[in-house]
Every structure is written in structure tokens, then in C-alpha cells.
Design a protein around this ligand. Structure first.
Ligand code: CMC
Length: 431
């Protein structure tokens, strides 16, 4: 097996070390190349750049494989639950009963939002976008808990167990708070109950009328969050690592990740899928007309929930969610015309040369919105639900960065294509 690669530039050979991951993935180490040759590697969007070594998640997009700490997503989806998978992702191993209990207890103890922090909500207009509110409120945690967010890796890591549990638990509580605030409803105080049940209580309990959890709803919510828990070096996770690499504390780095998640090509896609399905439904289309327009190449008419920056195969999470969709809607006795449209779109796209030749398959967002809608979660909150689910992955990645104090700050290079040097022209001589 090759241990070096030779790159010849202007007739001069450069020996570059070859690195191999535990699953046999290969990389060429170009860190010294610029110093030795003056050349940088050009890779717009970092599509072929290994920006770090990581032990958290293995993703093989060509073969549709996703594993967290070695465990296949299919097994976790079938046998684990969100909080346990969060522990696995953050700490590297499945928890034993005591570790699982302690982790859950810590989350429950820190589930509530500080009374003073609740006032931040009141500064927002009622129609403020939920992701905008979530980013600001999570970012404010660094200011509310300064002794836990010192921007010093050593002391921030000393408090890591606490800040990690606080972050996951409070992000969940903040999302429910955002929903209640936007609808003018009083906040609910968290209870001493399991994570997902607590979310449903925070969202839907009314004064003198507690939300009664239905096991199927609780299980489906657990599944949705678990399937979002981590996904290798995606846009928001890389953002968390990038911000963290500057020495920034966990809360600030998480807030940056939430900002990155908000775009329609990333976390916003689940909302975009529902809007697309609703439009198709309202226009009386069965999906046929929409599929045709999605093939135009126009970015504004894409089949949302299809395609992925890494998967060139079925996203394994989409397969699990697609199946769960049928089960959940059946159990809850819900008939959703949008599910029929989604199925027709999938069937048509998977037979269509345009989608087949480009290896465009359903991704995790294609069906997740339909399940969330069935659980009573409004579309406006979908991307914030993704944020709750992804928080363990962000936290684990921040920890990897913070635990390697000798790792350098994320600072890519560029290929400058602007004007060459020119002299300043005084205003009087400009036309
Ligand atoms: N509908 C129609 N055409 C598409 C789509 C789509 N959803 N996705 C890609 N294409 C076409 C694209 O126009 C291009 O065609 P051509 O080769 O003729 O120029 C080709 O497929 C390759 O596309 P690309 O833009 O190079 O693909 P990418 O890897 O850069 O983009 C993507 C990945 C996810 C941004 C894109 O597939 C997309 O916009 N999908 C819809 C949005 C979506 O569902 N996003 C959620 C991603 S999963 C959640 C997450 O992990 O964040």
C-alpha cells in the first residue's frame, strides 16, 4: 500500500504522505505543500478536503453507509433512543446503566431556562423566525454562564459534562419556548420525565391540562432526533469546528452551528420539502408537473429532499424515516395527502433518467416533515427540531477540536482572482 504520493510541479517532484483511516479511506497530506512548492490545493466548497481526523461518524456516501462510533445507524434506530445515542456520539461508547442515568439526570437538572434569560424572548417580535430566535438565545448562554464559557479549552473542558448536558437539554427547552412565545402562550416548566416526553409537555401542556404522551408519538420523536444526531463534516458541524478552533467556548460554537443550519440547502430543507408538497397539493398537481420543472436545472425549482452533497445512493436515514412514516401515520390513524404526493414524487423520480443519472435519491428531509406534522409539530419549527437532534454531533465535534490544543486554527487559503495592484484615484479625478 502506498505510503507517499508523488506530485510533480514544474518538473520538480514532491513526496506527499498518504494517510489511511480505520475504514480504509485514503487521504493525501498536503499540509506542507504550500511551504515547499508555493502551491495551494483548490477545492471550492471543500468537497474533496479532509479538514480533520475524527473518530465520531463514518459515512460512505457511495454505498449509503452511516455509522456512529462504529455502530450502524440502522441498529441504533431500531434499538437505541436519542439520549443514549447522544451519549454514544459525545463520549465514544454506549453508556452503562449508571452512566446513562447520570447523563439523563444532568439533563433534567439543567432543563429549565434561567428566569432572566426568558426576558430575551420578549425582545423579539412575535413573528420572529424560530431559527433566528434560537441562535440568539443559545448564543446568550455564553453570557449567562460565563464561568462555563471561558474561551479557554482547559477550563471549558473541565466543565464539559455539565455544558454538554445543559446545551442539549436547554436547546430542546428553548425550541419549545420559541413556539409558545410566537403563539402568545405561557411557557411550561420542564418536568422530571424522559427527554422527548418533556419536549412534548413543554410544547403542548396547557394550564390545568397536562399533555398526555402517546407512546407512538414519543417513539417517533425519539427516532427523528436520533437520525439527525450526527452526520460527519456537514456545513453546520464544520462551522462548529471552525469557530471552536479559534478557542471559542461550546455555547458560542453551537450558536454558530445553528446559524449554518438555517439555510434551505442544509437544515432548512425539511421546511422547504413541506412547502413544496403543500404547493403541489394546492395546485392540484399529483407531482408530475413538478418533477418536470425540477429537471430544468434551475436551483429555485429543485426537488427538495432529494440529492445530497455526499450520498450518491439512498440516504440510509431516508429509508428508515420513509418506513416509520407509514407506521406512525397508521398508528395515529392519520391520512395525509402530502404523504401520497411524496410517495408519488419518489416513485417517479426513482424511474426518471434525470435523477438516476445524477444519483439523486431521497435524503433524510424528504419524509421527516410528514412525521413531524403528524406529531403536531408545526412546519415553522422543523429546522429547530433538526438543531435539537444535531446538538450531540456538534458537541462531540467541538470536544474533538478542544481536546487537541495543538490543532491549528481553521484558516483555509484561496485563489485570488480580483484586480492586480493599482493606485488609489482621488475622488476629484473619478468619473
Ligand atoms: N432537484 C433537481 N436537481 C438536482 C437536485 C434536486 N434536488 N439536486 C441536485 N440536482 C442536480 C443539479 O442541478 C446538478 O445538475 P447538473 O449536473 O445538470 O448541473 C446535479 O444534480 C448535481 O447537483 P449539485 O448541485 O452538484 O449537487 P451538490 O452535491 O452540490 O448539492 C444538495 C447537494 C443537497 C445541495 C442538492 O442536491 C440540493 O439542493 N438538494 C435539495 C435540497 C435538500 O434536500 N437539502 C437537504 C440535504 S440533506 C440534509 C443535510 O444533511 O443538511
Amino acid at each position: 500500500m502506498a505510503t507517499t504520493a508523488t506530485l510533480t510541479l514544474e518538473g520538480k517532484p514532491y513526496e506527499l504522505p498518504v494517510m489511511t483511516g480505520t475504514e480504509g479511506e485514503k487521504a493525501i497530506d498536503v499540509r506542507q505543500l504550500r511551504k515547499e512548492s508555493g502551491y495551494v490545493c483548490y477545492d471550492q466548497g471543500y468537497g474533496n478536503t479532509g479538514s480533520c481526523e475524527s473518530q465520531i461518524t463514518y459515512l460512505d456516501g457511495d454505498n449509503g453507509i452511516l455509522r456512529h462510533r462504529g455502530y450502524p445507524i440502522e441498529q441504533l434506530a431500531e434499538q437505541s433512543e436519542f439520549v443514549e445515542t447522544a451519549y454514544l456520539i459525545i463520549y465514544g461508547d454506549l453508556p452503562n446503566p449508571k452512566e446513562r442515568r447520570d447523563f439523563g439526570d444532568l439533563m433534567r437538572q439543567h432543563a429549565a431556562i434561567d428566569t432572566q434569560m426568558l426576558r430575551i424572548f420578549e425582545g423579539f417580535p412575535r413573528e420572529a423566525p424560530p431559527m433566528g430566535m434560537l441562535t440568539s438565545i443559545v448564543s446568550s448562554m455564553a453570557a449567562y454562564y460565563p464561568s462555563l464559557a471561558t474561551n479557554n479549552f482547559e477550563s471549558d473542558l473541565a466543565n464539559f459534562d455539565l455544558t454538554a448536558a445543559m446545551a442539549i437539554s436547554k436547546i430542546r427547552t428553548i425550541v419549545a419556548g420559541v413556539y409558545r412565545y410566537r403563539h402568545g402562550m405561557p411557557f411550561n416548566y420542564p418536568k422530571d420525565i424522559p427527554f422527548c416526553d418533556n419536549f412534548l409537555h413543554l410544547m403542548f401542556s396547557e394550564p390545568y391540562k397536562d399533555y398526555v404522551t402517546i407512546p407512538e408519538v414519543s417513539r417517533a420523536l425519539n427516532l427523528i432526533l436520533l437520525l439527525h444526531a450526527d452526520h460527519e463534516q456537514n456545513c453546520s458541524t464544520s462551522t462548529v469546528r471552525m469557530v471552536g478552533s479559534s478557542g471559542a467556548n461550546l455555547f458560542t460554537s453551537l450558536a454558530a452551528g445553528i446559524c449554518a443550519l438555517s439555510g434551505p440547502l442544509h437544515g432548512g430543507a425539511n421546511t422547504a420539502v413541506m412547502q413544496m408538497l403543500q404547493t403541489i397539493h394546492d395546485e392540484g398537481d399529483d407531482g408530475t408537473r413538478f418533477i418536470e420543472s425540477a429537471k430544468s436545472g434551475d436551483k429555485n425549482h429543485r426537488l427538495m429532499g432529494f440529492g445530497h452533497a455526499v450520498y450518491r445512493n439512498y440516504d440510509p436515514r431516508a429509508r428508515i424515516i420513509g418506513h416509520a412514516c407509514d407506521v406512525v401515520l397508521n398508528k395515529l390513524g392519520i391520512v395525509d395527502p402530502l404523504l401520497d404526493i411524496a410517495k408519488k414524487l419518489e416513485e417517479a423520480a426513482l424511474k426518471d433518467e434525470y435523477f438516476l443519472s445524477r444519483k439523486l435519491y431521497p435524503n433524510v428531509d424528504f419524509y421527516s416533515g410528514i412525521i413531524m406534522r403528524a406529531l403536531g409539530i408545526p412546519t415553522e419549527l422543523f429546522t429547530t427540531m433538526f438543531a435539537i437532534g444535531r446538538s450531540p454531533g456538534w458537541i462531540a465535534n467541538w470536544k474533538e477540536v478542544a481536546s487537541q490544543p495543538k490543532g491549528r486554527i481553521y484558516r483555509p487559503r484561496q485563489l485570488y482572482t480580483g484586480p492586480v495592484k493599482r493606485d488609489y484615484v482621488p475622488m476629484a479625478r473619478r468619473h
